[in-house]
Design a protein around this ligand. Sequence first.
Ligand SMILES: NC(=O)C[C@H](N)C(=O)O
Length: 270
Amino acid sequence: MNPIVVVHGGGAGPISKDRKERVHQGMVRAATVGYGILREGGSAVDAVEGAVVALEDDPEFNAGKCAFQLVNNTPHCFLTDQGAAQFAAAMGVPEIPGEKLVTERNKKRLEKEKHEKGAQKTDCQKNLGTVGAVALDCKGNVAYATSTGGIVNKMVGRVGDSPCLGAGGYADNDIGAVSTTGHGESILKVNLARLTLFHIEQGKTVEEAADLSLGYMKSRVKGLGGLIVVSKTGDWVAKWTSTSMPWAAAKDGKLHFGIDPDDTTITDLP
Ligand SMILES: NC(=O)C[C@H](N)C(=O)O
């Protein structure tokens, strides 16, 4: 099986020219890290973790920190609040004050949003920067990872789509893997990642499946977003209904990259 990794940097509105360059570098770096892990025989799980950690460490994106493998270390899928903090401490994850996880750019965005409002709207494109990765390894295993700081100006206690199985992402070796971005409440309502894989299970191509599930989310709950998919047979796609979505894919020594629709560049990987 030829390994593949695909990454995204969040569905968004138009991206300015100078930010585009920084976003481009971040996408290329993450895809290269993930692909390097796969090329050395690493697993799909290691590849998506490596790619997403590279994006979490990049202040250009709005993500969490520390994509730790909960499922491999506990019998559970989810831990929250105090339990999550206790688990992280037990696993030796260093504690970082919340303040240090917020960039100046995001502090400004929050202050602006408190006056303007609107980031909660289903078609809002202000919530840029969520990151994600999907991968297929040499053994035919697939995996996904999605990490976010969430929508701006949300209520305390809000749980978005990104950490939720079936919404923010899904992976099944019998079908493929998906990571999503966009309006979280819409993504949760239509179970966007699992819905996409359902269409692939029904015989649709990855492209058709992505169009169908994103189209359904738009028509049914007026939600905008985007997603990346890799199938168990090695087909992949990046699709979005927001204005833009930075993405990159590495396969067969080539790097594919894009931000706007119909604007893909292909270069040789180092
Ligand atoms: N940009 C995003 O993808 C935001 C994320 N889906 C959320 O609603 O929290």
